[in-house]
Structures are given as C-alpha cells and as structure tokens.
Design a protein around this ligand. Structure first.
Ligand code: NDP
Length: 251
C-alpha cells in the first residue's frame, strides 16, 4: 500500500542487531527501506543483516558515547545521501533494589537509554531538517507508565524518554519531523530472558496480566515501526503507542 511504502528511505535502527530492534528493522526493510544497523556486537549484526534481504548495513555504534552518536548519524547520511528514519531502540537495564545502585550504574543505564537517544536525535535532526523532514521513533517501555521496584534507573530513563519524545515532537513539528514513542509490553528477547532469570515469578505474572495470553515476539513490533516511519503517520506526533497485548489496559 503506497501510504506505507518506504522505498528509497534510509533508516538507522540503534541496537538493530537483535531483539525488538531487529524485529523493527525487518519490517522497515520489507517495506522498502535501506536499514543501518547501529550496534556494538558485530557478530550479532552479521546474522541480523542476513535477515534483512540485502537491505541492511552495519555501523559500529555505542549509544553511551557522545561522539559515536554524532558520527554514526553522519556516517549513515553520508553513505546514503539522506537519513529519513531514526529508531532509538538501544537499551539496557541493571536490576537490583534502588538503594544499592552506584552512581556509575545509574549513569550507565541513563546514558544508553536516554542521553544516547537524545544525542542521536539531535544529530539526525540537522540532516532531516535539511532534506525536508523525517521520523524519529523512541522505544519506551511499560516502565514508562508503571514503576519498577527492581529497575529504578531503567524506569526513570523510559519515563523521561516519553517526555523527551513529546518535547522533540513539539520543537520539530515545523521541520516536518514526527517524533513518537512505542511502549512495548513484555517481549521475548535477550533482555527479558535475563529478567526472567533474575526476577522470580516474572514469566507467570506477565502471562497472567496480558490479555492476549502470551509474551510478545520481536516481529510484533514490525507493523508499528512501518506505520510510524511512513507517510501513514504524517499527522501523528508526540504519541506513545503501547504494543503490549493489552497489558496496560488490564485492571
Ligand atoms: P536486546 O537485549 O535483545 O536488545 C538490546 C539492544 O540494545 C541490543 O541490540 C544491543 O546491541 C543494544 N545496545 C545496548 N546497549 C547499547 C549501547 N551502549 N550501544 C549500542 N547498542 C546497545 O533487548 P530488547 O530487544 O528487548 O530491547 C530493545 C529495546 O526495547 C530496549 O530499549 C528495551 O529497553 C526496550 N524494551 C524491551 C522490552 C521487552 O520486553 N523485551 C519491553 C519494553 C521495552 P549490542 O548487542 O550490540 O550490545
């Protein structure tokens, strides 16, 4: 359908070498976009590129490093001559009681999940503005809405990411850049496999609270990525869209 067509568009997906990032990258590539997989682990990226049907390239990237955020956006734009879509998906967590975090642990989570997304967006903005517009998609979490007793920095970073989304949406609407957030529910990835090992009873609690009756899979995020990256969402900005099998709606 033309309104969802991404032919000729260039997307950067941070952390696109696995999990939700790869699920979204696959959707964008299938809709016709060229996808830059920006991540640290090159081995995982090689496997990911094989799933993108020749539409993916890898750029080594560290979301916690200011210089890397800036140079990666510049490299992507230089390589393809444009940058239309940025998915700020790279994310991490450290799980423990809030009273036990060191300042370094706090910063490690915030730097990756929040500051990295801000710096990448800033770097992408200058290119997108020059070429007439763009789409920025920030990956939040249910912990942007609900509190977490075992992941305070993660929840703080994701809540702030939603407010950052709204602020950038307001600031850059006049540049024809739409900025939205996606709030995934519980999706089966490396991140949540770790969480299930560390948090007793998590698997069962998620199943009991999710009306859809299952954990999500990364491919569940492909459709919303295409929607928010395409002309179909040109009048949608500053939104935070749950993709959670009804988790947030459950009383
Ligand atoms: P994964 O662990 O599979 O993916 C995380 C990705 O982030 C990896 O590809 C990793 O790349 C990348 N990453 C982490 N730190 C950095 C960094 N410093 N620089 C560059 N890349 C980095 O987990 P998910 O797919 O689950 O997570 C993806 C996003 O979705 C995260 O933002 C997460 O918070 C969010 N999310 C996940 C949910 C879930 O249930 N799974 C629910 C809600 C939100 P590399 O391998 O190169 O380190």
């Amino acid at each position: 359908m033309p309104v969802f067509d991404l032919t000729g568009r260039v997307a950067v997906v941070t952390g696109g070498n696995g999990g939700i990032g790869l699920g979204m990258a696959k959707g964008l590539a299938a809709a016709g976009a060229n996808v830059v997989v920006a991540a640290r682990n090159a081995g995982k990226a090689e496997t990911a590129l094989a799933e993108l049907g020749g539409r993916g390239v890898f750029i080594a990237f560290d979301a916690a490093d200011e210089n890397s955020c800036r140079t990666t956006m510049a490299q992507a734009a230089e390589r393809f001559g444009r940058l239309d879509i940025l998915v700020n998906n790279a994310g991490t967590s450290i799980r423990k009681p809030p009273e036990t975090y060191t300042a370094a642990e706090w910063h490690a989570v915030l730097d990756t999940n929040l500051t990295g997304a801000f710096l990448c967006s800033q770097a992408a903005h200058s290119v997108m503005k020059r070429t007439g517009g763009g789409k920025i998609i920030n990956i939040g979490s249910m912990f942007a809405v609900f509190g977490s007793g075992y992941a305070a920095p993660y929840a703080a970073s994701k809540g702030a990411l939603v407010q950052l989304t709204k602020s950038l949406a307001v600031a850059w609407a006049g540049d024809n850049i739409q900025v939205n957030a996606v709030l995934p529910g519980w999706i089966d990835t490396e991140l949540t496999r770790d969480a299930r090992q560390q948090v007793a009873g998590l698997h069962e609690r998620v199943l009991a609270r999710t009306p859809a009756g299952r954990w999500g899979i990364p491919e569940d995020l492909a459709g919303v990525a295409v929607f928010l990256a395409s002309a179909a969402s040109d009048f949608v900005t500053g939104a935070a869209i749950p993709v959670d099998g009804g988790f947030a709606a459950m009383g």
